[in-house]
Design a protein around this ligand. Structure first.
Ligand SMILES: Cc1cc2nc3c(=O)[nH]c(=O)nc-3n(C[C@H](O)[C@H](O)[C@H](O)COP(=O)(O)OP(=O)(O)OC[C@H]3O[C@@H](n4cnc5c(N)ncnc54)[C@H](O)[C@@H]3O)c2cc1C
Length: 281
């Protein structure tokens, strides 16, 4: 039997979207006082890594690029069962768009491989709850020249000896079963699994755990023009809250379904809908 699989899980700390409000003056998110959580889809990526670890043994390294408080999210992943955690943080990385983020995360995964051992699978979430672009996973795969399996709803098999992974991809018109060779990058859907709760020993380990912290100084080979704000060509031209139109509603009542249907047709006939849909010539 060859040595254990090494799985990297990319996680992002995001504001809890259930608690987010919009500043009506400038239409930006009010992040102050909003609790942070691990991005929901990333927890499904981690759960799948843990499931593989439970079945056949694996080493799991969680990685995040973010401000120092993102350490809390890494500790949460350790409490769930991750073995190692890496926080990539530095003012020089701040303001990164998805291009710069995938560049830095690609370099981080290369460094993780040098430090903790060759990587077989990288899990990312399908998208984040805040940035929401869904570009970072495929971006990392391109940077590292990895096979990418996106929208994965089931991992059917992982065979370390043959180096093959088989998954189900959830597409609009059906399920696609794909087999490919590792190393591979997988983006996780929520259908992939049910996320577990942290066991008590995991929580105790996480309380004492200190993630590895890497800053720009740890990546002397990084092209400084490709990181942080300087390396981020994306421009957000404008943000706004969509106008909520007030809709007039009419309650239709009647003795039978036929009577109610008749009244609905008569009510609709008096609006501008028939003309708009070309029913009245
Ligand atoms: C100092 C510092 C401050 C930052 N501040 C902010 C901020 O205020 N707001 C903000 O949105 N971003 C911030 N970032 C992070 C970075 O800019 C974003 O992560 C990036 O642009 C991701 O875009 P997205 O949310 O659309 O990701 P998507 O493409 O939607 O993410 C898809 C998947 O990629 C992975 N992924 C995405 N981002 C990261 C990450 N950073 N680390 C690990 N895995 C990731 C996750 O698995 C995720 O599910 C900061 C980074 C640093 C270093």
């Amino acid at each position: 039997m060859s040595e254990k699989l090494h799985i990297v899980v990319c996680i992002k700390q995001v504001p809890d979207s259930r608690e987010i409000r919009i500043d009506p003056k400038n239409n930006t998110l009010i992040r102050q006082g909003v609790p942070s959580i691990v991005n929901f889809y990333d927890l499904h990526g981690l759960e799948e890594a843990l499931r593989i670890k439970d079945e056949q043994g694996a080493r799991i390294t969680v990685v995040t690029m973010g401000p120092p408080p993102a350490e809390k999210s890494l500790k949460e992943c350790v409490s769930l069962g991750a073995d190692d955690a890496v926080l990539v943080t530095d003012r020089g990385f701040a303001g990164a768009d998805t291009l710069a983020t995938s560049y830095v995360l690609g370099k981080t995964i290369e460094k993780v491989a040098e430090t903790f051992g060759k990587v077989d699978i990288v899990f990312c979430g399908k998208q984040t709850l805040d940035g929401d672009t869904g570009q970072v996973g495929p971006g990392i795969a391109c940077r590292l020249d990895l096979e990418q399996l996106t929208y994965v709803s089931k991992v059917r098999a992982v065979d370390k000896d043959s180096g093959k992974i088989t998954v189900e991809r959830h597409l609009e018109d059906g399920i696609e079963v794909v087999q490919t060779s590792m190393p591979v990058l997988v983006t996780a859907l929520k259908e992939l699994n049910k996320v577990r709760r942290a066991p008590l020993p995991g929580m105790l380990r996480a309380a004492r755990f200190k993630p590895v912290v890497w800053t720009t100084a740890d990546f002397p080979e990084l092209d400084r023009k490709q990181i942080g704000l300087k390396g981020s060509p994306t421009i957000v031209a404008r943000t706004w809250v969509p106008e909520i139109r007030k809709i007039n509603t009419t309650r239709v009542e009647g003795e039978s379904e036929q009577e109610i249907a008749q009244k609905i047709v008569e009510t609709l006939w008096q609006t501008d809908l028939p003309e708009r849909f070309g029913w009245k010539s």
